[in-house]
Design a binder for this molecule. Structure first.
Ligand code: ADP
Ligand code: ASP
Ligand code: MG
Length: 685
C-alpha cells in the first residue's frame, strides 16, 4: 500500500526543515511504500521566475548551504557537483523552462539524503509521468513506473509536468498539491497527506485572523469551495482526483506533526459555517446550507466593526461580500468573530447577602457592566437572591424582592441552588458559621466580610477545608485593601513555596487619613476623628478603628494567607489613643481625646523633628522559627513605601525569601465602589 506525502516550500526551506521532513517520511515509511512529493524550497519559484543573475546566485548559495549541512565526505562533494551542474543547466535553459528547476533541485537533495540513510529510493521524473490535462494517461504512466519498482521511497518533484507534445510545463502556482493527488490517485494510495506550515485548513487564514482555528473534518465540497476562493493552503484542482479515487486528504503541519490537522473526505460537514476566505477585495463566508441566512449576522458584525459591505450576496450555501481593500482584514476579523468565535454564554447565579453601601455599589456595578462583562468573559451575571438582616427573597429570573422572613441560608440550602455563588457583603459576626454548609452544598462563596476570616484559627481552617474538599470557590480578596490584589499576591508566593519573611500592612484607611492630615497646632486629633466619622470612614464606634480591631482582622487574614496560623491572642496591639478612653460612651471618648491632645501633638512633633512620618502599621515578622505580630504607630523614614501615602491609600510591603527587595502593593484601599469592583472580580475569576 502507498502513502503519498507532499511537503510545501516552507517545509523544505532549509536543512533544519528538511530534516524534519525526513523524520516524518521515515516514520511513515514503516507503514507502507511512500511517495514523497516536494515543492521547491521557499521563495525558489519566485526567484526563478525573476531569473536575474543575482537571484540565481543567491538561490544557488541556499542550495549549497543545505547540501553542506545535510551531507558529509564524498556524498557532500558529489552533491555539491550536482547542484552546480543543475544551476549550469538552469542558466542555459530556455526561459520558459527555468521555473521547473526548483522542484528538481529540492527533490534531488531529498532523494540523495534518503539514499545515504539506507533506503531504497527512486526519483520519479514528473516531467515525463505527469501529463498536463490528461489524468488517465498520467495515472497509467505513474502506475507503470512505480508498481514494478523495488524502491521503498519514491521522490517526485511537484508542480512540474510535461505536455502531450513533449514539452516541459507546470501545473500552475501552488500546483504541487495537485501533483500529490495525481500520484495518490494513480496508485490508489491509502493515505494522501499535504504537509504545510499551518495546522490544517483553518476557519480563516491565521496570518490575517489570529483567532483562526483548525477545522478537524471537512467535506470535499467545502474544501474545494475554500480553496477556490482564496484559501491558499490547498490548491483547488487537488480535490477532484482525490475525491474520484475516494482518498481522504489530510492537511498537516510539518512544524507540529502531532498537533491538530484537517481530514477532507466524503462525509458531510459537521458545522453550518466552515470558514471565511478572501481573494483581493472579495470575501467569502463558506457555508453548507442557505447562504442568505448569514446576512443579518454578517451585517451586524460589520456594523459593530464600523465598516459596510459594498455588496453582499448569497451564493448557494455561502455568502459573498465585497469590501474596500483598506478594511479587508477588519472585515475578516469581524466576520470570524461573529461566525466562529461564539462560545456558549456561562450563567453565574449570585445569592447576595447584605444591603449596605457595598451591596448597593455592587448591584449598580452589575447593572452597568453586564454588557461589557458578557463580551469580555462570556459570563452572564444574574442576581437570584438578596437579603438584609431580617428579610430575604429569591427569584431564578433575576428579580428577587425582600419579601420573605426566616433564614436565608436555610432557604438556599433547601431550594437547591448548586453551582451558584453566595456573596457575603454583610458585616455579620456569625454568618461565617454557615459557610461550611454552603460549601458542602456545592455553592461557592465570595465575601467582603473580614469578620468571617478573622475568627479563631480552627474555624478558619474548617471553612478552607470545606471549600477544598468540595472543590468550591472561596474568595475574599476584598477583605484587605479593597480592590488591591493583596491576598492573591501572597497566595502566589505561598503556592510556589516562597517563604514570607515579613508583611507590613498600612491598611487602616481611617488612621492613614487622620495621621496624614494631623498637624500639631492645627485641627485637633479629636476633630479629625469626628470628621472621619462624619465622612463614613470609621465604624459606628470610631474606637474600633483607633483601637486597632480592624487592622487586627486584616493582619490575621494576611498572615493566614501566607500560611501562618496566627491567632488574635498572639498579636501585640498598641492603641493610638490612651487605653482609658475605651471605657464609657463615644461622647466620653471624644472629650477624653481632646484632653489627650497635647500628648498626641508631642508625639507628632517628635517624629517630624526626625524627618519621619507617623503611620499605623500592622506587621508580621519572622523571628527565628516563629512569627511576631504587632500593631501600632510606627515612625517611618522617607525611604519607606508608607511615607508617601495619601488620603485613604493603603500600602502592603511583603518581603520574602526569594527576593532581596520587597513586593509593594499600594493604592486605593477603601470605598464602596472599590469593594464592589473587587467582589465582581472575585466572581469573574
Ligand atoms: P505550502 O508552501 O506548504 O504549499 P502555502 O503557502 O501554499 O503552503 O499554503 C499555506 C498557507 O496558506 C498558510 O501559511 C496560510 O497563511 C495560508 N492560508 C490561507 N487561508 C488559510 C486557511 N483557511 N487555513 C489555513 N491556512 C490558510
Ligand atoms: N513551487 C511552486 C509554487 O511556488 C509550487 C508549489 O509550491 O506548490 O507555486
Ligand atoms: Mg501551497
Amino acid at each position: 500500500m502507498y502513502r503519498v506525502l507532499k511537503f510545501g516550500g516552507t517545509s523544505v526551506a532549509n536543512a533544519t526543515n528538511m530534516s524534519r521532513v525526513l523524520d516524518i517520511v521515515e516514520a511513515e515509511s514503516r507503514k507502507g511504500r511512500v511517495i514523497l512529493v516536494s515543492s521547491a524550497i521557499a521563495g525558489c519559484t519566485d526567484a526563478l521566475l525573476q531569473g536575474d543573475a543575482a537571484a540565481l546566485a543567491d538561490l544557488q548559495e541556499r542550495h549549497r548551504d543545505i547540501v553542506q549541512r545535510l551531507f558529509t565526505g564524498v556524498e557532500r562533494r558529489s552533491m555539491l557537483e550536482r547542484v552546480a551542474a543543475l544551476f549550469m543547466e538552469i542558466r542555459r535553459a530556455p526561459a520558459e523552462e527555468v521555473v521547473t528547476f526548483g522542484e528538481i533541485l529540492s527533490t534531488t537533495i531529498l532523494c540523495a539524503k534518503l539514499e545515504v540513510e539506507g533506503y531504497r529510493t527512486q526519483w520519479l521524473d514528473s516531467r515525463k509521468l505527469v501529463v498536463k490535462d490528461n489524468e488517465p494517461l498520467t495515472f497509467s504512466n505513474i502506475a507503470r513506473e512505480v508498481e514494478p519498482s523495488l524502491a521503498d521511497i519514491f521522490v517526485a518533484p511537484g508542480f512540474i509536468c510535461g505536455t502531450r507534445d513533449g514539452r516541459v510545463s507546470t501545473l500552475g502556482r501552488g500546483g504541487s498539491d495537485y501533483s500529490a493527488a495525481l500520484y495518490a490517485a494513480a496508485v490508489h494510495a491509502e493515505s494522501l497527506q499535504i504537509w504545510t506550515d499551518v495546522p490544517g485548513i483553518m476557519t480563516a487564514n491565521p496570518k490575517q485572523v489570529p483567532g483562526a482555528r483548525t477545522v478537524p473534518r471537512m467535506s470535499y465540497a467545502s474544501a474545494l469551495d475554500m480553496a477556490s476562493h482564496g484559501a491558499k493552503v490547498l490548491y483547488a484542482p487537488t480535490v477532484a482526483p482525490a475525491m474520484a479515487a475516494g482518498i481522504d486528504i489530510e492537511i498537516r503541519n510539518t512544524f507540529a506533526p502531532d498537533g491538530k490537522y484537517t481530514v477532507i473526505g466524503a462525509e458531510p460537514d459537521a458545522s453550518r459555517w466552515i470558514g471565511v476566505t478572501s481573494q483581493g477585495d472579495r470575501v467569502r463566508l463558506v457555508g453548507t446550507a442557505k447562504g442568505e441566512e448569514g446576512i443579518p449576522t454578517a451585517t451586524e458584525a460589520l456594523r459593530e466593526a464600523g465598516i459596510a459591505a459594498l455588496d453582499m450576496q448569497a451564493d448557494g450555501g455561502s455568502l459573498d461580500l465585497t469590501v474596500r481593500p483598506a478594511v479587508l482584514e477588519t472585515c475578516l476579523k469581524a466576520l470570524h468573530r461573529a461566525f466562529f468565535q461564539t462560545r456558549p454564554l456561562q450563567e453565574v447565579n449570585l445569592l447576595v447577602a447584605g444591603e449596605g453601601a457595598v451591596a448597593q455599589a455592587f448591584f449598580q456595578m452589575v447593572r452597568q457592566t453586564a454588557g461589557t462583562v458578557q463580551q469580555r468573559t462570556g459570563k452572564v451575571l444574574r442576581i437570584v437572591g438578596r437579603a438584609d438582616s431580617r428579610r430575604f427573597g429569591m427569584d431564578p429570573g433575576g428579580q428577587p424582592q425582600l419579601n420573605r422572613e426566616g433564614d436565608y441560608v436555610d432557604a438556599i440550602l433547601s431550594e437547591g441552588t448548586r453551582g451558584a455563588l453566595f456573596v457575603d457583603l454583610t458585616d455579620s459576626e456569625t454568618l461565617y458559621k454557615r459557610y461550611p454548609d454552603l460549601l458542602q452544598a456545592g455553592l461557592g462563596i465570595v465575601s467582603s466580610n473580614r469578620r468571617s476570616f478573622a475568627v479563631p484559627y480552627t474555624e478558619y481552617a474548617a471553612i478552607q477545608a470545606a471549600a477544598r474538599e468540595n472543590g468550591a470557590v472561596l474568595r475574599y480578596e476584598t477583605t484587605v485593601g479593597a480592590a488591591l490584589p493583596v491576598l492573591e499576591s501572597i497566595a502566589r508566593g505561598a503556592n510556589s513555596c516562597d517563604e514570607v519573611l515579613s508583611i507590613e500592612a498600612v491598611v487602616s484607611c481611617t488612621l492613614n487619613q487622620i495621621l496624614g492630615d494631623y498637624r500639631p497646632g492645627g485641627a485637633s486629633f479629636a476633630s479629625l476623628v469626628r470628621k472621619a466619622q462624619a465622612a463614613g470612614l470609621t465604624e459606628e464606634d470610631p474606637r474600633m478603628d483607633l483601637g486597632g480591631k480592624d487592622a487586627l482582622r486584616k493582619l490575621l487574614i494576611l498572615a493566614r494567607e501566607a500560611g501562618v496560623a496566627l491567632e488574635e491572642s498572639r498579636v501585640e496591639v498598641d492603641s493610638v489613643v490612651p487605653e482609658a478612653l475605651f471605657q464609657g460612651s463615644v461622647e466620653d471618648f471624644y472629650q477624653g481625646l481632646e484632653a489627650a491632645e497635647e500628648e498626641l501633638a508631642q508625639a507628632a512633633r517628635e517624629a517630624e523633628s526626625k524627618g519621619f512620618r507617623r503611620r499605623y502599621v500592622a506587621s508580621l515578622e519572622k523571628a527565628g522559627d516563629a512569627y511576631r505580630a504587632h500593631i501600632g504607630i510606627r515612625e517611618v523614614p522617607p525611604v519607606h513605601p508608607a511615607y508617601y501615602l495619601r488620603g485613604t491609600e493603603n500600602a502592603i510591603v511583603i518581603r520574602s525569601a526569594f527576593h532581596p527587595y520587597p513586593l509593594v502593593i499600594q493604592g486605593p484601599g477603601e470605598g464602596a465602589r472599590e469593594a464592589a469592583s473587587s467582589i465582581l472580580n472575585d466572581i469573574l475569576r
